[in-house]
Structure formats: structure tokens, C-alpha cells
Design a protein around this ligand. Structure first.
Ligand code: MIG
Length: 740
């Protein structure tokens, strides 16, 4: 609302106040606290019927229009459309959160009180910036009423205009921030397990990947590496960690170590001593004593990450640890999760002294948290985000020009600025495989573009078929990590025999081939806030069948992924939105705007390509460290047009933040008999490493004559593959490639 005021004409009568901008009109009834937001066309975006800020809690209610759907809300289990449900924002450790195990589960590890409303193809957004407990009754009690309540704190609400979902999310992420570019290796495949118990086991896993030629870039160290669960340590089962990490690095493996917030209450422990000396820990309700609670290390103290000097101290501690050769940090239990308190987190009355935390990215927002003393209850949902920010800072202290990789379980709106998010303890079940799709789509719509679920499922025992289908799906999700619980059966790609291994290898290899496309999508997410993994409604908000679709997703604009979600499935129904689509595997052409039946072969899941797409791909490799490709494949599909921003940078330094990247528009134009690929002039100061484009015209039946800026180049036709292939030297000038 404040943002609206900045450019608005306002009129304040006694009973009504209105704000008018070229884009919208907001009118407030001061007697009832009700308000209405209309867009420029006079259409209602939100109507608030009552507002109540008497007392310490605040509350307001919106009217739900007929056919209105509500998406976003950060991380949640259950259906994609949240209308009809009650959701709570209170970060908590929930074991096995699939809705079949926990029907009606209301809260999870990440709280993002942001709603994307969609009605008749028009989107609007709402964010209630308040990190205390919130309860949203989204048409559950009253089918046409969306009631929002917070237990503490201010009524600090932001409204975002569409008309498209992309407009809303662009504005929401303008406020809360967009993802930084991850290091390139982090886009590869990660392998984890709770826990690789010792150095030999970890090194054996690394050897197996290389021996079996399964691409892998990262190995995760769960709590077993520590000395008695003391944070930032390596215990005796991982001797000479520096040498171990260097050795893994030589074989192309980055190591990511878990870091939980609890600091063991061991008076001899350096981290504890230094933290105490700095008064770094969350206090009990009287504000004088350090709060002590139980978690993995036993009795533990909890760093007060909401305080900037504590974040700085933690960053230093982490940097010293990371300098051993750790490429990434994995923040777990940072809701924070406690074992023995009634609420399984810090008690509400615990005190934070001098909290000062910029929860939203936009400077000069009045909503920044700042005071002398605040109860934990008022700030609870920020604890995870504040820890992730400290971790991100720590990574930068350890290596000032290297892109941090931080993975977090807990967070609040804006978490994407500091960490990737994984969806915590799911289970090895088909239900949870299916549920990971709406979960990741809603997280993505809430600004968290870099997200993923534990591949294969965390709790329980996976099967070869489930692992295969999960790996085939997750190869198309932004964060791609296989992880399993301590008492689950082994879940590495080879754990279920050679057939599963081969299928998983193929899926992971395909991921590596897709890397250039993925990099473009990450760059787009950074530039505009657009999710990498998108619901169909992102590009088809006016198509009711696309809007409800929660068992398929788009990877960028061009790929439609329709995973196999049932054991033994021989086929599945796939909804293709309007337009023409190609079967990615067979090249078959389909008319969209209908459901089709796709065959479910074991080798891959159904994937479709939008007609006219251009998809850059690379050579498969075992890991992403090392030289990048000098030739980029550009697969061009017929019968349509498309646009993509090609992005290139060094993949590891922060140079891109200083403008050291290069981009160019890649446009496919269909002029009937003549087709064109227009490569815009390269922009930006990063010298392109690409020497040539290998253009692959897909689904063609004959050879073509090809011109690059008017000059003929030779092309080759492969009738069995149905492709026509030619090379275009990569020059920074604009190029028009034409074929007929
Ligand atoms: O109490 O570190 O979600 O990924 O393997 C469980 C052990 C603590 C929970 C995480 C999971 C991790 C596990 N952790």
C-alpha cells in the first residue's frame, strides 16, 4: 500500500480515502476498515470486507470471487489450489509431511505469507509481512471468505497487481528479492544420505559414481561428520578433512556440510565460549540467561541470528570451517527445531535482544524488524532466513569472489536471496512423489526459484521403480538431490540393481545435457523472478484445464514435463495447452488444448516441446567442473515462434554482479516457407566461450538450404533421426540464420 502511495493521487474524506494511480484504484472505508482494489480496467482485484486491528492480534477478511483460485503460500503439502483449506504460517519440523500421512497438516518448515489469486485469467497478489504466527482460512469455514489472522504484530500488507501471474511474481520478488546465480556445479546432481558415517564410506560413494559413469557434482555430509555434534567440526571418523576434501575436488566432487543452529553446551567448546563472550545466544524470557534446549548435540544454545553482530560472528566461525575446502553449507533444523520443548521450537517468550533484520530486499521499507527486545513469538518465522543469511555471508568470507551455495530447510519470504530450499522430510512413496509437484510449484510461485525435494524420498524404503520415476522427474527440477534417512534402505542410483542404475544414469545424464538451457532459466529467474519450474497457468492463465493442472509442469516456457506418478503405469493422460507440441522423444506432433494419452515406457517420462522452441544443450559429462563446451547445440523445433535469452558467465565468481556476463536474444521466427533463427547482438562484458552453435533442426523430412547473414553454409540431413544439422560460428554481431 505504501508503494502505491508513492505515485498516487490521494483523496481523504472523513469516511473514505482513495488512492488512484494509472494502474489501479484503492479505496478504503475508514469506518469499517474495508477496502477495495480495482485495476485500471475497473475490475476488482481484491475486496476486503472487514479489518480489525483492535487488540494485539490483527485480522482482515477478503471476499473470494466465484472461480477464484489461490496459489503460492510458500511451502505446503496438499492440493495445488489452496482455496478451501486452512493454512498456518509457523515454521516447524514436520516428519513425513505427505498429506496421506498427515491429512490437514497446516504448517511446514518455510512460511511465505504470499497469495497469488487468479480469477478469469487475471492475477493479483497479496503479502502480509509479519513473521509471527498467521492463520489463513481460505474459504474453508466460509466458502466465499478468505480470513487472514496474525497472533501478534502489525498489519503490514502489500498488494500486487497483475494482470498476469508473471507480473505479480515479478513485483513480489522485486520486493522480497530474487535468487543470486548459484555456482554452476550446484545445478548438477547431488548425492546425500543421513549419514555417510565415515571417510571411507564417503570416498567409496565418490568412486562408485565415477566407476559407474553416473554424473555427480556434489556429496552432502549429514550430521555424522561432526565431533559429538559440535557445529563446525570434523570428528574422528573423518580424519584429515582438508586432504579428503581436496581429493574429492580433484575428482570433480564438491562437498556440502550440514550446519545446524544448536551449539553444544560444552564449556570447553570454542564456538560456545566465543558465542557466550559475545552474548550471541537467544535469551530466556527474563532476557538475562541464555536459553538452553535439547537437540542433536544434547543441551544446546541457539545463536540469535536476528542480531546482525551475531550473524557476523557466525559467518566468521563458518568461514574458518568452510576454508577446509567445503563448497557449500546445508542449514538444517533452523525453524529452529528442538527436541524437548512443548512446541518443539524455542518457547514463545524467549527474547531476542536488538534484532535488526531486513526481511525484504527493497531498501527503505518501514517493515524492517528493529527493536531492543522482542519475543521469539513475534519473529519466529524469520529465524531460518536469518541463519541462511549468516551462512551466505560466511561463504563469502571464506571465498569473497566465489558464489555461495547454501541449502536451507527453513525460511521466510525472501529466503531465495540467500539459499536454495529443499522440502524437508518427505517419504519414499508414490503419493509423495506426486505431491512434490504442487509443493515445488507453489514454492516457485512464492519467489523460491531454486528448490527441490529429496529424490527417492527421505523416510521409508524406496524401490527401484520409484527411484527411477523420481529421478526422471527431478532431473527437470531446479535443485536435484537424492537423499535418504539413516534407517531407510540404500538409495544411491545403483542400490536397486543394474536396470534401475541404467535408467537413473540416463535421467541424470539428460540433466547434464540440459544444463545450458537450465542456466538460461536461472539467469531469467534472477532477472525477472520467473520460476524455473512453472505451473502451466504461468503461460496459460486463461485456460481452465491448465490452471488446475498439478501433475505436470513446465521447465521454462518450452518444455512440458508429465511425470509417471503410479507404480506399473503403462500410460498417463497429459494435458497439452493450446498450441502445437512435439513429443520430446519420438518427435510426434500434437495439437494442444486437449488431453492426450502418453505411453509410459520405463526408459523415460513423457516430455513435450512447444513448437517453435529453441533449446540449447551441451555434451554430457561426469561433473561440471572443468572447461565448458565451446560448441553449443541449439535444437530448433518447427511450426512456431519463441524467444530465449541466452546467458553466459564464468559459472563460479561474482563477476556477474559486476556486469561480467553476456546475453543475446535467441528468436525463432516462422515465416511459412522460410524460417529464421535470429541471434541478437551479444551484450555484456563477458567474452563468450562459445565458438560455434550447432543448429539442429528437429522433426524435418528433407535437407534445407541455409544462409547465415545472407551467406550459404552447408547443412547435413539425417533421415533416420529426422534432423538437419549445420554449424554457425559464434560472432558477437547480430546474425540472421535462414533456411528454406
Ligand atoms: O532430526 O540431520 O530434514 O534431511 O538428514 C533430523 C539428519 C535431522 C532432518 C533433515 C534431514 C537430515 C536429518 N535432519
Amino acid at each position: 500500500m505504501l508503494r502505491l502511495r508513492a505515485r498516487a493521487r490521494s483523496r481523504q474524506g472523513t469516511a473514505r480515502a482513495t488512492l488512484t494511480t494509472p494502474a489501479a484504484k484503492f479505496s478504503l472505508n475508514r469506518r469499517t476498515g474495508g477496502w477495495v482494489l480495482h485495476d485500471a480496467g475497473g475490475l476488482e482485484v481484491f475486496r476486503c470486507t472487514t479489518t480489525d486491528f483492535t487488540g494485539s492480534a490483527s485480522e482482515f477478511a477478503l471476499r473470494l470471487a466465484e472461480g477464484e483460485s489461490i496459489f503460492g503460500l510458500g511451502e505446503s503439502s496438499g492440493p495445488f489450489n489452496k482455496r478451501g483449506l486452512i493454512r498456518e504460517f509457523w515454521n516447524a519440523d514436520v516428519l513425513g509431511h505427505a498429506s496421506c500421512i498427515h491429512p490437514g497438516l497446516k504448517n511446514l518448515y518455510v512460511s511465505i505469507p504470499f497469495a497469488l489469486s487468479l480469477r478469469e485469467g487475471r492475477a493479483g497478489g497479496l503479502f502480509w509481512h509479519n513473521p509471527g504466527r498467521q492463520i489463513w482460512d481460505i474459504g474453508c469455514t466460509e466458502p466465499e471468505e478468505f480470513r487472514l489472522r496474525a497472533a501478534t504484530g502489525a498489519l503490514d500488507v502489500y498488494l500486487f497487481l497483475g494482470p498476469t501471474p508473471a507480473d505479480v511474481v515479478a513485483r513480489f520478488t522485486e520486493l522480497t528479492g530474487r535468487i543470486p546465480l548459484p555456482p554452476r556445479w550446484a545445478l548438477g546432481y547431488h548425492q546425500s544420505r543421513y549419514g555417510y558415517a565415515n571417510r571411507e564410506e564417503l570416498e567409496q560413494i565418490a568412486r562408485e559414481f565415477r566407476r559407474r559413469k553416473i554424473p555427480c557434482d556434489a556429496l552432502h555430509l549429514d550430521i555424522h561428520h561432526m565431533d559429538g555434534h559440535r557445529v563446525f567440526t570434523f570428528g574422528r571418523s573423518f580424519p584429515r578433512p582438508r586432504e579428503m576434501l581436496a581429493r574429492l575436488a580433484r575428482h570433480g566432487f564438491k562437498a556440502v556440510a550440514i550446519v545446524d543452529p544448536g551449539v553444544k553446551a560444552d564449556p570447553q567448546f570454542g564456538v560456545l565460549k566465543r558465542g557466550r563472550a559475545r552474548r550471541a545466544f537467544v535469551k530466556t524470557r527474563d532476557g538475562r540467561r541464555d536459553f538452553v534446549g535439547k537437540v542433536w548435540p544434547g543441551k544446546s544454545l541457539f545463536p540469535d541470528f536476528l542480531n546482525p553482530s551475531v550473524r557476523h560472528w557466525w559467518a566468521q566461525e563458518q568461514a574458518a570451517f568452510q576454508k577446509l575446502g567445503l563448497a557449500g553449507i546445508w542449514n538444517d533444523m533452523n525453524e529452529p527445531a528442538l527436541f524437548d520443548t512443548p512446541g518443539k521450537t524455542l518457547p514463545d517468550a524467549c527474547e531476542h535482544l536488538n534484532p535488526d533484520f531486513q526481511a525484504v530486499a527493497e531498501p527503505n521499507q518501514p517493515s524492517q524488524v528493529r527493536s531492543n527486545r522482542t519475543s521469539h513469538a513475534a519473529l519466529h518465522n524469520l529465524y531460518g532466513s536469518a541463519m541462511a543469511e549468516a551462512s551466505h555471508d560466511g561463504a563469502l568470507l571464506a571465498a569473497p569472489d566465489r558464489r555461495p551455495f547454501v541449502l536451507t530447510r527453513s525460511g521466510y519470504a525472501g529466503i531465495q536471496r540467500h539459499a536454495a530450499v529443499w522440502t524437508g522430510d518427505n517419504s519414499s512413496s508414490w503419493e509423495h512423489l506426486a505431491e512434490s509437484i504442487p509443493m515445488l510449484l507453489n514454492l516457485s510461485l512464492s519467489g523460491v526459484a531454486f528448490c527441490g525435494a529429496d529424490v527417492g524420498g527421505f523416510l521409508g524404503d524406496c524401490t527401484g521403480e520409484l527411484l527411477t520415476r523420481w529421478t526422471q522427474l527431478a532431473a527437470f527440477t531446479p535443485f536435484f538431490r537424492n537423499h535418504a534417512n539413516i534407517d531407510s534402505r540404500r538409495q544411491e542410483p545403483w542400490a536397486f540393481g543394474p536396470r534401475t542404475e541404467a535408467l537413473c544414469r540416463d535421467a541424470i545424464t539428460l540433466r547434464y545435457q540440459m544444463l545450458p538451457y537450465l542456466e538460461c532459466l536461472f539467469a531469467e529467474a534472477r532477472r525477472t523472478g520467473a520460476p524455473i519450474m512453472r505451473p502451466l497457468l504461468w503461460h496459460h492463465p486463461n485456460d481452465p484445464a491448465a490452471v488446475v493442472c498439478d501433475d505436470q509442469f513446465l521447465l521454462g516456457e518450452s518444455l512440458l514435463v508429465a511425470p509417471i506418478l503410479r507404480p506399473g503405469a503403462r500410460a498417463r493422460s497429459v494435458y497439452l495447452p493450446r498450441g502445437l507440441w512435439f513429443d520430446f522423444w519420438s518427435g510426434g506432433l500434437y495439437e494442444g488444448g486437449q488431453h492426450i494419452i502418453a505411453e509410459a515406457v520405463a526408459e523415460h517420462i513423457p516430455v513435450f516441446v512447444r513448437a517453435g522452441a529453441a533449446i540449447p544443450t551441451g555434451t554430457p559429462r561426469q561433473s561440471l567442473s572443468g572447461e565448458r563446451d565451446t560448441t553449443v547445440n541449439l535444437h530448433v523445433w518447427p511450426h512456431g515462434r519463441s524467444q530465449l535469452v541466452w546467458h553466459e558467465d564464468d559459472g563460479e565468481s561474482l563477476g556477474y554482479q559486476r556486469g561480467q556476463f553476456s546475453t543475446r536474444q535467441v528468436e525463432c521466427v516462422d515465416r511459412g516457407t522460410v524460417r529464421e533463427l535470429v541471434l541478437g547482438q551479444a551484450e555484456g562484458s563477458f567474452p563468450s566461450q562459445t565458438l560455434a552453435w550447432r543448429v539442429i533442426l528437429r522433426c524435418v523430412r528433407r535437407n534445407y538450404r541455409v544462409w547465415v547473414n545472407g551467406e550459404r553454409v552447408p547443412a547435413e540431413f539425417d533421415p533416420t533421426l529426422g534432423i538437419c544439422l549445420f554449424e554457425v560460428p559464434n560472432r558477437p554481431v547480430a546474425m540472421v540464420v535462414r533456411w528454406r
